[in-house]
Design a protein around this ligand. Structure first.
Ligand SMILES: N[C@@H](CCC(=O)N[C@@H](CS)C(=O)NCC(=O)O)C(=O)O
Ligand SMILES: [Fe+2]
Length: 361
């Protein structure tokens, strides 16, 4: 059984693909993005997956890969093409190599043309393929920098991608219009650069006249990706935007909320402001409240956030952890940097035997 997710980095319009064998939970990520490692790691954690490897379709020119950072967090292997020229990978891939995750496999096809080291990964049952920046949806990757070559790309598309089954779904590394997937038959018929009877001369003429501005991050991204995303001077937040806050042990959720568990809150309670966002009758009701907590109902928080200090981290609390999650988002928007949600709210706090003020036993 396959688990499949398409994730997007809105900044660079890059797609990251998560593939996992549900039995045993072994996963791979194709083309992770440096700035999205925290998000992707949260999803892996929530789905109970073990990341065995990150796979690059190529040395990207427009964003830095998350491969190195993910390896630091999860111990995943870094895989990319030997023809990429990149240093620091755990395994270098070439045509017909096989990448296993649990019982499932991806087969490697070399599809140069955008860069020399471009790979297409084909799923074992040929139901999907990940084409990187070779074939895009009704388009193709550009061929005017790195080792771009339109004639080479034309051959890659026709020999390695159009030879897949008609209904094989194709997933590119980018789409700049928000399109998400296509199929071999569709692209063979409707790709305006490469489909129908279009020949290599037609394609080359098209590609030589694209007139695109170079990617904004080209000079940063290519050298960093030739190190598989390892920062040159690995210190500070710029080196690891996925680093966790240090004021308490927190967990980041795929929903985008920092969470603290009851045990950690009790341990750190002296150093934080505890903000209860329930209604007054709940605060004084049977569940009781946490000693020292301040009551500001969620509906009043936007107007009353000035009553809180920015000098101490805030932990938001409610009945079950839902309203307080929304409170952390409101507070972050209001400029509070260190905020977390008490996971499970007062229900879990009490169930785990932590002390309450007021309430019924
Ligand atoms: N404006 C984008 C340009 C991105 C870009 O050039 N992407 C490459 C892939 S690395 C491409 O092939 N684009 C095809 C296209 O824009 O049609 C940026 O600054 O990052
Ligand atoms: Fe690219």
């Amino acid at each position: 059984m396959l688990l499949f997710r398409q994730l997007v980095d809105p900044q660079s319009s890059t797609y990251t693909y998560l593939l996992a064998d549900r039995r045993g939970g072994k996963a791979v990520l194709i083309d992770p993005v440096f700035e999205q490692v925290r998000r992707d790691a949260a999803l892996l954690g929530e789905l109970g997956l073990t990341l065995v490897a990150t796979l690059e379709t190529h040395v990207h020119a427009d964003h830095v890969t998350g491969a190195w950072l993910m390896k630091q967090r999860t111990g995943s292997q870094i895989l990319l093409a030997s023809a990429s020229g990149a240093a620091g990978a755990d395994r270098y891939l070439a045509q017909d190599d096989v990448v296993a995750f649990g019982e499932r496999r991806l087969l490697v096809r070399a599809t140069p043309g955008h860069t020399d080291g471009c790979l297409t990964y084909v799923l074992d049952d040929r139901s999907m393929a990940f084409t990187g920046d070779c074939l895009l949806i009704r388009g193709s990757g550009r061929t005017d920098f790195q080792q771009g070559d339109p004639a080479v790309m034309y051959r890659s598309v026709h020999d390695q991608i159009f030879s897949l089954p008609d209904d094989c779904l194709l997933y590119p590394a980018h789409d700049y219009r928000g399109l998400t997937a296509t199929s071999v038959a569709e692209e063979r018929a409707f790709n305006p650069r490469l489909g129908g009877e279009i020949g290599v001369g037609d394609f080359t003429g098209y590609m030589k006249n694209l007139r695109l501005a170079h990617p904004k991050l080209l000079d940063v991204a290519v050298p960093a990706n030739l190190r598989c995303g390892r920062p040159e001077h690995p210190t500070g937040a710029a080196a690891d935007p996925s680093a966790d806050p240090s004021w308490a042990p927190l967990r980041y959720s795929f929903a985008g909320v920092w969470e603290i568990d009851p045990h950690a809150l009790e341990e750190h309670s002296a150093a934080v402001q505890i903000l209860d966002v329930r209604e007054p009758e709940e605060f004084t009701g049977p569940l009781g409240h946490i000693k020292g907590s301040v009551l500001i109902p969620l509906g009043e928080l936007a107007e009353r956030s000035g009553e809180l200090t920015k000098d101490r981290p805030i932990v938001a609390v409610c009945r079950a952890g839902g309203r307080s999650a929304q409170a952390t988002i409101l507070l972050q928007q209001a400029g509070f940097a260190d905020v977390a949600n008490l996971i499970g709210g007062m229900l879990r706090w009490r169930a785990e035997g932590h002390p309450v003020e007021g309430g019924r036993a």
